[in-house]
Write a protein that binds this ligand. Structure first.
Ligand SMILES: *[C@@H]1O[C@H](CO)[C@@H](O)[C@H](O)[C@H]1NC(C)=O
Length: 476
């Protein structure tokens, strides 16, 4: 490794890209410090020096190692920094974690071209509980994400990242949080491109203000923090409740039905002094931050909720007679003018996905049901946000159809729920919700010892998808 002459030269003030390593070795009492220590890095061998601490510990000292090209000559005043990818994990606003055993970016690191940042945000009632006022404004998960992006602006250059080239990628509920940035004046300048993997804020599950407000009240009642007090008192009461008690209260919320809308989501917070969602974001809400967009769905995205229904063989048979109510309550997410409107739309959906002739819904239409859920939960809202964004910026859309080798997300969905042989699940091996994410990241959650192994085809798909993502992060 070529030594840079930095000290004692006019270039001293330009030499920022250096680091210093002190490596301690506990060898006491030795007076002979020995030959200079060497360490071989990928970029070459560096030579340091032995030193002795005041109390006699021997340590190796490596000074002024370049960690980037010297910012001299044509690089003077240039940011020799890499574009940044910030990943917002999914999990329905209630689960997931950014940890590397879950989302390991090792294949993204192979490209050597970008800096990857992932982070945790508050989930569940901790991320979304709301009283609709400044005492408990809700949307804390979204506020966490903004705080992270502000941190990136201040600090990422110290990790070699370029704060002026930040792409935010979100999957599922993470995509909903990421897409919110397009509508948020407070996010201006914090990001420069977006990747939305199967989910955005226009999806029917993404914002459930009424559910969230209701669930918040029910939690208050169940932990005894309700009734006649000011919001500040209520929050003070909540802060004294043990975490496990709050979790139990959350779990005890009665599930409404099989096609469950979420309880904890972003909510309209117009009653607060710094609202993030002055009103519900719809496809007519104007975009504020007009950035390039890469986005897509997976072929079998609908499996994410279909599995819990298809796990019992007679669900679809039963749906044949309960369709009108189930559809209105759980497919339209209450989003209809009146019962006539709901009936008209549900009839149309039934004809489209289950055939116009006899209108029968039965078990062997499992794949039609999966397609219906894909379109309803992810597809239509993706088309909506794309057509809105297209007016202002490039939009690159994909449909991810490959089935990853280990199909980790499928296994996560299956969990212990689906066991019996007469169900669709065991023989099903589709490109499920998350198959695009597991191509970008490795999920070691299901098997900590598993070595990354790809088939030849999977390797090709992986490097193809990753190079598209990385190119987008680099050039927008
Ligand atoms: C299924 O629903 C259709 C339409 O409501 C009805 O005509 C038919 O009789 C139902 N079939 C069964 C087996 O219940």
């Amino acid at each position: 490794m070529k030594q840079m002459k930095c000290f004692y030269s006019r270039r001293f003030f330009e030499c920022c890209c250096l680091l210093t390593v002190f490596a301690i070795e506990f060898v006491f009492g030795s007076s002979d410090l020995g030959p200079d220590p060497e360490v071989t890095l990928n970029a070459g061998t560096v030579v340091g020096a032995w030193r002795k601490s005041p109390s006699g510990s021997r340590y190796r000292q490596f000074l002024r190692l370049p960690y980037a090209k010297p910012p001299i000559g044509e690089l003077r005043f240039k940011d020799n920094l890499k574009p940044v990818l910030v990943f917002v994990h999914g999990g329905g606003y209630r689960s997931g974690v950014s940890a590397s055993f879950y989302y390991n970016p090792l294949h993204l690191m192979d490209t050597g071209d970008i800096v990857v940042v992932s982070f945790n945000y508050r989930l569940n009632l901790f991320g979304f509980f709301t009283l609709g006022d400044d005492a408990a404004p809700g949307n804390l998960a979204v506020r966490d994400s903004l705080a992270l992006l502000q941190w990136v602006q201040k600090e990422i250059r110290f990790f070699g990242g370029d704060p002026k080239r930040v792409t935010v990628a979100g999957h599922s509920a993470g995509g909903a949080i990421a897409s919110y940035l397009m509508y948020a004046p407070e996010a201006a300048g914090l990001f420069h491109a977006l990747i939305l993997l199967s989910g955005n804020i226009l999806c029917p599950w993404a914002m459930q203000s009424t559910n969230t407000a209701e669930a918040s009240q029910r939690v208050l009642e169940s932990v005894g923090c309700h009734g006649g007090k000011s919001s500040d008192d209520i929050v003070e009461c909540l802060q004294s409740v043990k975490v496990v008690v709050l979790q139990k209260a959350e779990e005890a919320l009665e599930r409404k039905g099989p096609l469950l809308p979420f309880y904890w989501t972003p909510s309209v917070d117009s009653g607060t002094s710094t609202p993030m969602f002055p009103q519900r974001i719809t496809k007519d809400t104007p975009l504020v931050n007009k950035v390039p967009l890469m986005m897509g769905v997976t072929r079998d995205d609908g499996v994410v909720t279909a599995f819990s229904h298809l796990a019992t063989k007679n669900y679809l048979n039963k749906l044949n007679s309960t369709w009108d109510e189930e559809c209105a309550d759980y497919l339209l997410f209450g989003d209809f003018a009146d019962s006539q409107d709901a009936k008209r739309r549900c009839d149309a959906i039934r004809a489209e996905y289950f055939g116009p002739d006899d209108g029968q819904i039965s078990f062997d239409q499992g794949f039609d049901f999966i397609s219906l859920l894909r379109d309803q939960l992810f597809g239509i809202c993706s088309a909506d946000i794309a057509s809105n964004a297209l007016k202002f910026a490039p939009v690159y859309a994909y449909s991810f159809e490959h089935v990853p080798v280990d199909n980790s997300f499928l296994k996560l969905f299956l969990g212990s729920r689906v066991k019996a042989t007469d169900q669709i699940a065991p023989e099903f091996d589709g490109s499920v919700h998350g198959s695009d994410v597991t191509t970008l990241f490795r999920l070691f959650i299901l098997d900590f010892t598993r070595k990354p192994v790809d088939s030849a085809l999977m390797s090709r798909v992986r490097s193809n998808f990753i190079s598209r993502v990385v190119n987008f992060v680099k050039t927008g």
